[in-house]
Design a protein around this ligand. Structure first.
Ligand code: FPP
Length: 259
């Protein structure tokens, strides 16, 4: 047994310093399956278990927002068979997981070009979002047919419309006004972004929102990622110094004067 599996990170976490919002790029399903001589969809199916693990793990700790990159705008370019299998898996999972969501007080939310999803997926999403809308423990957002550049382009179009119709002045086009036109307008920016499978990229995920996000990369493939891995990532996050462009000294002074 490796030492890694013996360390339990949950008790190391400082409950007062939890990230409010965690975003995850769930990567490596295909490679994990192929390494075992299995079809890629086998990896996606096993990826659902990891989704359940992190959703329950976040709710258990008190993380308020969890955003998962489930399908990017670029993923439409995958082989047709894989896209249909992923859509079917999403459809089945959304319906099947409603009990887990209710049991854990989780509200389901979706961001992205939702209108491009198959009608059955849109309907299932709508139903589960409606059924869970009063849950307040945590918001689980699925980024589906999501692309950050498209999200920003859409915000720019909306602001241009508002300017053209005289609703806003040029000066009112500010960073906070851009944020207010993104899909994520009702959430805080993620403090921690995790990517599995050893890839070190953001891949068009929450580009604007991640300006000050701490990035955490792990070699593990997504289907292998479990609750303790999530806790390890949070523990790692809590041991970083977030300076937001200030000096370390200023940050320490701020902390002391806050008491
Ligand atoms: C990336 O692995 C994963 C995806 C494109 C899909 C993620 C979907 C799931 C985890 C299953 C369903 C999710 C929900 C929220 C119900 P990859 O295929 O790019 O892996 P690779 O890089 O090894 O090819």
């Amino acid at each position: 047994m490796s030492t890694e599996s013996i360390i339990s990170y949950k008790e190391k976490i400082d409950a007062a310093k939890l990230p409010q919002h965690i975003a995850i790029i769930m990567d490596g399903n295909g490679r994990w399956a192929e390494a075992q001589g299995k079809h890629r969809i086998f990896g996606h199916r096993n990826g659902v278990k990891a989704v359940r693990e992190v959703a329950e793990g976040c709710a258990e700790l008190g993380v308020k927002y969890l955003t998962l990159y489930a399908f990017s705008t670029e993923n439409w370019n995958r082989p047709k068979q894989e896209v249909s299998a992923l859509m079917e898996l999403l459809f089945l999972t959304i319906g099947r997981e409603i009990k887990t969501l209710q049991k854990n007080g989780i509200r389901l939310n979706a961001i992205g070009n939702i209108h491009t999803l198959p009608a059955s997926n849109r309907k299932a999403l709508q139903e589960v979002m409606e059924a869970t809308k009063h849950n307040t423990r945590m918001t689980l957002t699925l980024a589906l047919s999501y692309g950050s550049r498209e999200e920003l382009a859409e915000a720019a179009r909306q602001l241009a419309e508002d300017y053209k119709s005289g609703k806003i002045t040029l000066e009112e086009i500010s960073a906070s006004n851009i944020s207010a036109h993104l899909y994520t307008k009702d959430m805080p920016d993620p403090e921690l972004m995790i990517r599995t499978s050893g890839e070190h990229r953001i891949s068009n995920f929450l580009l604007w929102q991640a300006a000050y996000t701490e990035l955490y990369f792990t070699e593990k493939f997504w289907p292998e990622f479990n609750r303790n891995d999530l806790f390890e990532a949070i523990y790692d996050f809590q041991n970083r110094e977030r300076r937001f462009g200030k000096t370390s000294e200023q940050i320490h002074q701020q902390t002391t004067t806050n008491y």
